[in-house]
Design a binder for this molecule. Structure first.
Ligand SMILES: *Cc1c(COP(=O)(O)O)cnc(C)c1O
Length: 394
């Protein structure tokens, strides 16, 4: 039995790559074709019988995408994977494949905004009902299951409050009742949390974030059993046509080569930035799953090998202008959505509300999310220091 790290090196550097089929090139080619041809009718007939493992048309399977697909499945210790044009497309296909009119979905509260939109604005039009509940207390969360619940949707941790759910306990409960479990696993990457090993059926991650890692492409992933992947492939994947393009799959393969090195560095820098934030006067409190003060610290330690990259904190501020001045003055942290790339990021919750609605007594209005990228930690800390030092004078 190989160690986890050897496995990881094998998966990232070797698995799925057959260099003899492309002139022994070290880097796999971008097979930029829509179509594949056949020598005989019999060959074509055989291919039609197994569309998921033969090259017929690139809306289905494409050789460049296939290399990525094999690696991503193995990283999640899943039987198979499907790679999408973006994370949202993966969520959409995964949900659509597992609900029908009359079904009920139980979701954790505050999932990703476009996941919420899919539930509230799209699936609701087709007779699917949805309940959002706090997933931090498993027992009370599961009281919301109804006789017609067909799917439980998790996001652990989510991207602002970093709430987590007990994956093993929820999966076990759902399995007994024939309810499909699906998770958005973007925060941890497959390196640090493998929900399939806890019994979750369907795992989604946004490859736009850490897999790509350079903020230059979008991508999304679903992993699960062969049966689940086949069900989605033969229906939603082919019908919606939101599979990834070969060029973008190639960029993700390129990003994947350095994933362990990047997240390792991000992990080290996150620790240093956290240390700094903890002793900064203008920081009221920090939200970070592997911080002993985190309400679900024990569970976070148990099911997430690491927490890194994303963290939130409440800034001490009486006026919205103070938060604006802090964010506007940062030079190394870029103000932007998304995360997982090379560049460190900042986004204040108050950017989503009207200035006039700002209330300092409402803690979420004072919430700021940071993403720690690949820059040197001291470079980032200096930037935060100068940002905080500017707000005392308002
Ligand atoms: C970014 C993100 C998504 C959506 O991914 P896209 O690739 O932008 O479509 C979904 N879930 C989470 C947690 C995200 O951060």
């Amino acid at each position: 039995m190989k160690s986890n790290n050897e496995d990881l090196s094998y998966i990232i550097n070797h698995l799925g790559e057959d260099h003899s089929t492309y002139f022994n090139a070290v880097a796999p080619p971008i097979i930029q074709t829509s179509n594949f041809m056949f020598e005989t009718v019999e060959h074509m007939r055989t291919a039609f019988k197994d569309e998921m493992s033969t090259y017929i048309y690139s809306r289905g399977v494409n050789p460049t995408v296939d290399i990525l697909r094999k690696k991503l499945a193995a990283l999640d210790s899943a039987e198979d994977a499907l790679v999408f044009n973006c994370g949202s497309a993966a969520v959409f296909a995964g949900l659509l494949a597992n609900v029908k009119a009359g079904d009920h979905v139980l979701s954790v509260h505050h999932p990703y905004s476009w996941t919420t939109h899919t539930f509230d604005q799209i699936l609701s039009r087709f007779g699917v009902t949805i309940t959002y509940a706090d997933g931090s207390d498993t027992e009370s969360f599961l009281t919301h299951v109804q006789p017609n619940t067909s799917l439980i949707f998790l996001e652990s941790p989510n991207s602002w409050f970093l709430d987590i759910q007990d994956l093993g306990a929820i999966a076990q409960f759902a399995k007994k009742r024939g309810i499909v479990t699906m998770i958005d696993n973007t925060y941890c990457t497959p390196l640090y949390q493998r929900p399939i090993e806890y019994g979750i059926d369907l795992v989604m991650q946004t490859a736009t974030k850490y897999i790509g890692g350079h903020s230059d492409t979008l991508g999304g992933v679903l992993t699960g059993s062969k049966k689940m992947m086949e069900k989605i492939f033969k229906s939603e994947y082919l019908a919606i046509g939101s599979g990834i393009q070969p060029m973008n799959a190639w960029l993700l393969l390129r990003g994947l080569r350095t994933l362990p090195a990047r997240v390792d560095r991000i992990d080290q820098s996150t620790k240093k930035v956290l240390e700094y934030l903890k002793q900064e006067d203008k920081v009221e409190s920090i939200i970070f799953p592997h911080d002993p003060g985190f309400p679900q610290y024990e569970l976070a330690k148990k099911q997430m090998k690491k927490a890194f990259g994303l963290l939130s904190f409440y800034i001490k501020a009486q006026k919205v202008e103070e938060i604006e001045k802090f964010c506007n003055s940062l030079k190394c942290f870029r103000m932007a959505v998304s995360w997982g790339g090379h560049e460190s990021l900042v986004i204040p919750k108050c950017s989503g509300i009207d200035r006039s609605a700002f209330d300092p007594k409402e803690p979420t209005h004072r919430l700021i999310r940071l993403y720690i990228g690949l820059e040197d930690a001291d470079f980032l800390i200096q930037d935060l220091q100068q940002g905080f030092s500017g707000i005392g004078s308002l």
